[in-house]
Design a protein around this ligand. Sequence first.
Ligand SMILES: Cc1ncc(COP(=O)(O)O)c(C=O)c1O
Length: 415
Amino acid sequence: MRPPSLKSSFQVNTLLEIANQFGTPTYVYDERIIRQQCQLLKKHLTGIHTRLLYAMKANSHPAILEIIRSEGFGIDAVSPGELYLAQKVGFSPEEILYTANNITDEEMHLTQKAGVLLNVGELSRLERFGQSYPGGDICIRLNPQIGSGHHEHVITAGKTTKFGIPVHEISKVLDIANRYHVRITGIHQHIGSGISSMKVLGEAIGVLLKHAADFPDLQFVNIGGGFNIPYHPDDTPIDFENFHTSIVSLLKDTNEKANQKLEYWFEPGRFLVAESGALLVRSNTIKEANGRTFAGTDSGMNQLIRPALYQAYHEIFNVSNAQASPSSYEIVGNICESGDIFAKNRSVQQIREGDILAIFDAGAYGIAMASIYNLRPFPAEVLIREDRSITCIRTRQSPEDLIHTMFASYFDDAS
Ligand SMILES: Cc1ncc(COP(=O)(O)O)c(C=O)c1O
């Protein structure tokens, strides 16, 4: 049985202190790790002209956005809410790319009013953009027909996906753009999330680059995000040597051979924030049934859906019984669904009722995908600053507050 391990730079005492002070469930983020990941990526992109965006869908807490902004990143936004928050945090319109996904005309007008570049992945949206904004600038999301990702739900290129305009339809893109004198200043791809093969990513980039010359006004090629992190102890981190030879060199050579000055954009989400976050939960029920030991917790799939949705692995560590010998547990939540499982048959230090468990690598697509299913409010969020001071960045909502916020208009009308 694999022994559990303490991940990232988290200290047992700090996690226990946070659980005691702020209660559970609580998301904890470590600013140092976010900065470390931002700097790691920047370091491996030297030698090419790049622009880095953060895909804020991974975790849109303003405190996290501010940290990433101070590292020089712009924003990949995908909804009016994300756009509003990015602007509120101080990102300027030029620093934001709005990637459309079946957007309405109102959303399109909102981006243009804000002065933000729109990235469209449908011919009909390009047509409507041309009709409303002839002569305008736009970015086109292409589908290089090669996808990759940690689960089929997050593969966003290839033959079956809704995303992007297939590369063999570029002539139709150019027809529409010419008709309305629209300038295609960028082409974009995002082939999936949790890509571990740089070879596959390199192949997809190769397809995109082959078509760069088709666009006379092109200024940048956006490679997308998708870099994975090692969730499982057997997973290997991104091999940046390989990244350099298969991707950075390819981008450099393309510019040199074609004597062009294309800027290369990247828009990672997970890579920057996943490892910075842990979800602290309390085990409140230990139950033996049918030869299994269930450790029931005070959180659930509504607060971290990745295990239920993608069968994703998250390392789990018993911070209040760190030295105990491990045994096997089904670690489950408090939601009324059989799929509400954080980990099956998982080796964790002996769990007692009342113990605090840390679920690691929960900084990306954790709170961002959380819901209030079963009317359980969102967890609290806490940030460990670079100087190791601890700040609560989201206070725990009570069930009463949640219900009053949700149904205020109904109760106001009824009273
Ligand atoms: C268009 C786009 N860009 C970037 C990302 C970020 O992906 P990741 O968090 O895997 O880096 C996503 C995620 O779904 C996306 O849809």
